[in-house]
Design a protein around this ligand. Sequence first.
Ligand code: GRF
Length: 207
Amino acid sequence: MLKLAVCVSGGGTNLQAIIDGIADGTITDTEISLVFSNNKNAYAIERAKKAGIRAEVRSPKDYEKREDFNKEFLAVLKSANPDLIVLAGCLVVLPKELIDEYPNKIINIHPSLIPAFCGKGFYGLKVHEKALERGVKVSGATVHFVDAGTDTGPIILQKPVMVEENDTPEVLQRRIMEQAEWKIMPEAINLIAHNKVKVVDGKVKIV
Ligand code: GRF
């Protein structure tokens, strides 16, 4: 049984896709042990509670020093004894200790086809604004392992989504969520749960 700790900051639609995927059998041999949020107002917390999942909230604002928050963040995650940490719209900069302790055991969903529109400052609507500004005809989403860089870890799955005329960042964001994110996130977790994802020379091989 693959035990997940899912980190969120906002609406939690990707968390919901994972909860639903487990419920409908798209994801098997997997359970969510913990949902962690840095934002007490995140709707993702409600989604976790409704599904009967343990939810913990810790905000960096409530700690005098960042390292105190980092320590607590790490301790809460470890208390769930996760096999995989899933960043599902998580806006917290991960402590280095966490990345070091879970090599190729942390995954993230990014709403573009990496390496386009990624890296520092590319989060939320910004990603889609930049894609539309550039006039790309195709965008999409990427699930990747997390390493010390920003959106630089090995790519697990990607799915393209067509940009349409008159798209706004909000419309494109929604289409990418519906057509790509909510599909490849559950799919990647299911592959990992069944030991089908190997990292060889910094690249993912699906076996
Ligand atoms: C998604 O667009 C995801 O790609 C990005 O943050 C957003 C989270 O949305 N990392 P939600 O909280 O899962 O609804």
